[in-house]
Write a protein that binds this ligand. Structure first.
Ligand code: ASP
Ligand code: MG
Length: 414
């Protein structure tokens, strides 16, 4: 069996969904499980609704925009849109109810934000059925079981595998369609797997079902050597080893969610990244392979923050002080993207998130003089050659530069 994943951009309006259905029809001859994201920018819209509600602002207008967005898609897709609109309506009622149910922020977040995927899966599965496909809607929350951490649920592989096993029979005569990004914990609450986590969902189902492959359908022709919006000369890779793809995601390449590669590599399941607009293009195959001389791969990561912790008592930066910094980072679940030390200071770059930064500053200012800059861009050049090495080191506004045998990183003012 195969697993397909369609992201928000490939389901953003009725014609995109029609295109998606034509791709599914072309492959539906053999067993297929489909994972869908929320439509278009729905997840961002839901976050905004939650934030408006939390700040006691008016969220009704935003909610009604979200409702119209989904209703319009239904009206453009179905001969009789009313039955599907009814289902969307009741999901939105559930959303309002969840918004008003007391609980800590992250818990409410998951109960509300997860409904984007639920709405999307209801519309798309109904459309596939109308198109004559033997499609069956599946509740991912009953199959993907996580721990009790909200917003970054960790998968309980044993329980998840037990649940997913039972789908093998259904797959013989149904196209199963389910939601990315969401699961549930043992207390019965919905959990989410982290933003952009639908790719990971596809990998989880594929791993538990020992799929023959996973295909992520995207609005780009495959995995590229850089974001083509930034670097129009970027090229498409025909194939990439798992390790290379995993490292790209580590440096911030957003083409695949970072957690996707490991479960697939462990079971040697190939991952295809293919073009949604032209499914005849070959795309990229990520699998166990050796590629001689990969061209330089360039990853841009915006919205970075550089912190420098300076000791103030004429001692040098030592291991004890570094451990204070690392403990604070570990406690706050903050990842370092690049780091550097000098005699009296330790500098590191992290993704900018205001509330996390404030907590971190509170911790570190007890021990150090802390300086920071925001609005920076981290550029990673993997597998650099002489020309790219020179080109990127000459960029203006560099605050940190670091290179190893294969990778150059520069942090600069955007
Ligand atoms: N809808 C979720 C998000 O936008 C998950 C995903 O699309 O992968 O983060
Ligand atoms: Mg995505």
């Amino acid at each position: 069996m195969k697993v397909f994943k369609f992201g928000g951009a490939s389901l953003k309006n009725a014609s995109a969904i029609q295109n998606m259905a034509s791709i599914v029809k072309a492959y539906a001859g053999s067993p297929l499980l489909i994972v869908v994201s929320a439509m278009g920018k729905t997840t961002n819209a839901l976050e905004s609704i939650l934030n408006s509600y939390t700040k006691e602002g008016d969220y009704q207008a935003e909610l009604s925009t979200l409702k119209s967005y989904h209703f319009t898609i239904c009206e453009n897709l179905f001969a009789d849109p009313e039955p599907v609109k009814k289902k969307i309506f009741s999901i939105l009622e559930e959303l309002t109810e969840n918004l008003h149910t007391p609980g800590d922020y992250d818990q409410v977040y998951d109960q509300v934000i997860s409904l984007g995927e639920v709405m999307s899966s209801v519309i798309v599965s109904s459309y596939l059925v109308e198109q004559g496909l033997p499609c069956q809607w599946l509740d991912a929350r009953k199959h993907i079981i996580t721990d009790t951490a909200f917003r970054e649920g960790k998968v309980d592989w044993k329980k998840t595998e037990e649940h997913i096993q039972h789908l093998k029979n259904d797959l013989q005569n149904h196209v199963l369609l389910t939601q990315g990004f969401i699961g549930s914990n043992e207390l019965g609450f919905t959990t989410t797997l982290g933003r952009e986590g639908s790719d990971y969902t596809a990998a989880i189902f594929a791993s538990c079902l020992q799929a023959e492959s996973v295909t992520i359908w995207k609005d780009v022709p495959g995995v590229m050597s850089a974001d083509p919006k930034r670097l129009p000369n970027a090229i498409v890779f025909d194939e990439l080893p798992y390790t290379e793809a995993a490292e790209m995601t580590y440096y911030g390449a957003s083409v695949i969610h970072p957690k996707t590669i490991k479960p697939l590599a462990l079971k040697q399941i190939p991952l295809y990244v293919k073009c949604f607009d032209d499914h005849t293009l070959p795309g990229t195959k990520i699998h166990e392979c050796k590629v001689d001389k990969l061209p330089p791969l360039i990853v841009f990561k915006d919205n970075q923050c550089l912190l420098s912790c300076r000791v103030t008592d004429y001692t040098f930066i030592n291991e004890e002080q570094i451990s204070i910094i690392f403990n604070a980072l570990a406690d706050l679940d903050i990842k370092i993207n690049v780091m550097q030390n000098s005699a009296i200071s330790f500098s590191f770059c992290i993704d900018f998130r205001e509330s996390k930064l404030n907590h971190l500053l509170d911790r570190l200012q007890q021990y150090f003089e802390v300086y920071y800059n925001t609005g920076l861009t981290l550029i990673t050049v993997k597998n650099y050659d002489a020309a790219t090495f020179d080109e990127y080191r000459k960029k203006p506004g560099i605050l940190i530069e670091q290179s190893s045998r294969s990778t150059l990183q520069i942090l600069l003012r955007a």
